[in-house]
Design a protein around this ligand. Structure first.
Ligand SMILES: [Zn+2]
Length: 252
């Protein structure tokens, strides 16, 4: 699995990139910076599933070589956020319905384990750190800052994984949270699909009260509330590439 930046690093890299602009004053741009910027744009749903990530445009944007862009795209492909199509280049991944279902199934399993461990370790300070995220999430929603709301809702889940203190679970969850964002972008019916901060409060309070069973049940229900409204009916693409479908099988 590719090493993902944590949500806070992603946010910082996104903010920095916006001020530095192309290439960043002649300084070499690190792979991690490019990764974080593209990663941030995908999980914040500024780059939609199916968007072509042209190498030339990326080279120009970051002022780096094609080899470097290819390296970053490969890492994003390992994180399942980018799809590399033979002879056609890189695209923001378009998760299938089956994949989307599997991601939610995996989240329910991983987050139940996270919540159970977090309940054991929860201190007043840890609860406060969760509460602070939920308050920020609420403020972001009030001012209709969708990107901040998406980032903060991911932060809530990842903070829980940190509290649980199992780095393997954290790493699984990081991948699942970013893939969920892509799934919501692909199948969400409304622009505010995703986490509800009310649900986050309910989970956090159950954890503060040391009620692991209730916290797991609330988390499970929370994930179902995100999954259920998604529109998993696939529509035919009117601009489907006939050559790909009807032409001779591609060599692999
Ligand atoms: Zn959530």
């Amino acid at each position: 699995m590719a090493k993902l930046p944590n949500a806070r690093q992603t946010a910082t890299a996104t903010a920095t990139s916006q001020t530095l602009g192309r290439g960043g004053r002649g300084q070499p741009v690190a792979d991690e910076t490019i990764f974080a910027r593209v990663y941030g744009a995908i999980v914040e749903r500024r780059l939609e599933p199916g968007t072509k990530l042209g190498e030339e445009a990326l080279c120009e944007t970051f002022g780096v070589s094609r080899a470097q862009i290819r390296r970053v795209l490969l890492n994003l492909a390992h994180a399942k956020l980018v799809e590399l199509r033979p002879n056609r280049g890189a695209y923001v991944a378009q998760p299938s319905v089956r994949e989307a279902r599997h991601v939610f199934e995996a989240r329910r399993a991983v987050e139940a384990a996270v919540v159970e461990r977090a309940a054991d370790r929860m201190t007043e300070e840890m609860f406060e750190s969760l509460a602070a995220i939920v308050r920020e999430e609420h403020k972001a929603q009030e001012r209709s800052d969708k990107q901040a709301a998406i980032r903060l809702s991911g932060d809530f889940h990842l903070r829980l994984a940190q509290i649980a203190g199992n780095e393997v679970l954290s790493s699984f969850l990081q991948e699942l949270v970013s893939r969920t964002s892509l799934i919501i972008a692909a199948y969400g019916m409304t622009s505010d699909s995703g986490c509800s901060h009310d649900d986050h409060w309910t989970v956090a309070r159950a954890l503060r009260d040391g009620d692991a069973a209730a916290a797991i049940a609330h988390m499970n229900q929370h994930l179902r509330f995100i999954e259920e409204p998604l529109n998993f009916v696939t529509e035919a693409d009117p601009l489907v590439d006939l050559k790909t479908i009807l032409g001779p099988p591609a060599e692999s």
